[in-house]
Write a protein that binds this ligand. Structure first.
Ligand code: DX5
Ligand code: ZN
Length: 218
């Protein structure tokens, strides 16, 4: 599967957001937008006005990662704000997971389930037949700049195997947290193909080179 790099805007310079989006338009494949509510995670990020503004300038798909309680309340507005992909956390959704996937897809948006490192991967297996991507967290959701958790590799491989096993080889696994040029190859080897990267891109002396290094890691 083709590797796609999805830089997380959370690590960008918000004083020059327009330039950052133009940079991503020219170098990245997807723009990853982290939405935090101070409840599901102990941190706040940004909301609709920022996503709408980014959407007006973005020439590549917007991937909205909802780290919020009651994600169903906000799905429609993030779709209207320009999201092409929306993921919500399984831990925040539980039994409403199938309804949320249906809701996202009914808006013409790709639907994904995000899963934190301490949630058994088997929890999401019942839904693999009705989603468009899986977001495997390789750090605990909440903050940029954390270190990659090595056990994520087996988790990616287990989900990849389960997807392939039901004939869904085309469904991408996105991996998020602590990804950079040094571990990109290992997550791709495990079965991921959409690589989120925040600090390793925006904190690099040459962000464009960091994106290329991640994309060409295999
Ligand atoms: C963490 C977010 C990530 C984060 C990635 O809660 O979901 O998308 O911004 O940042 P890095 O790549 O720095 O771990
Ligand atoms: Zn994220």
């Amino acid at each position: 599967m083709m590797i796609q790099v999805a830089p997380s805007l959370l690590s960008a310079d918000f004083l020059k957001l327009g330039q950052e989006v133009e940079f991503l338009n020219s170098k990245a494949d997807i723009i990853h937008l982290d939405i935090m509510d101070g409840q599901f995670v102990p941190n706040l990020s940004f909301g609709f006005p920022v996503v709408e503004a980014v959407s007006r300038l973005a020439g590549i798909p917007l991937d909205v990662h909802l780290m919020i309680v009651q994600p169903g309340k906000y799905i429609e507005r993030f779709a209207a704000a320009g999201a092409s992909m929306i993921s919500f956390h399984y831990e925040a959704a539980l039994s409403s997971t199938p309804d949320l996937l249906k809701q996202i897809r009914s808006l013409g948006v790709k639907a994904g389930i995000a899963i934190n490192p301490d949630c058994p991967v088997e929890s999401i297996f019942p839904y693999l037949d009705r989603l468009d991507f899986v977001l495997v967290m390789s750090v605990f959701a909440g903050f940029g700049g954390q270190s990659f958790i090595p056990a994520s590799l087996e988790r990616i491989a287990a989900i990849r195997k389960a997807l392939d096993g039901i004939g869904r080889k085309d469904v991408p696994i996105e991996v998020d947290g602590g990804i950079g040029p040094s571990n990109a190859a290992s997550v791709v080897q495990a079965g991921a193909s959409i690589l989120v990267a925040g600090s390793s891109v925006f904190g690099a002396p040459d962000p464009a080179a960091a994106i290329s290094a991640i994309r060409n890691s295999m």
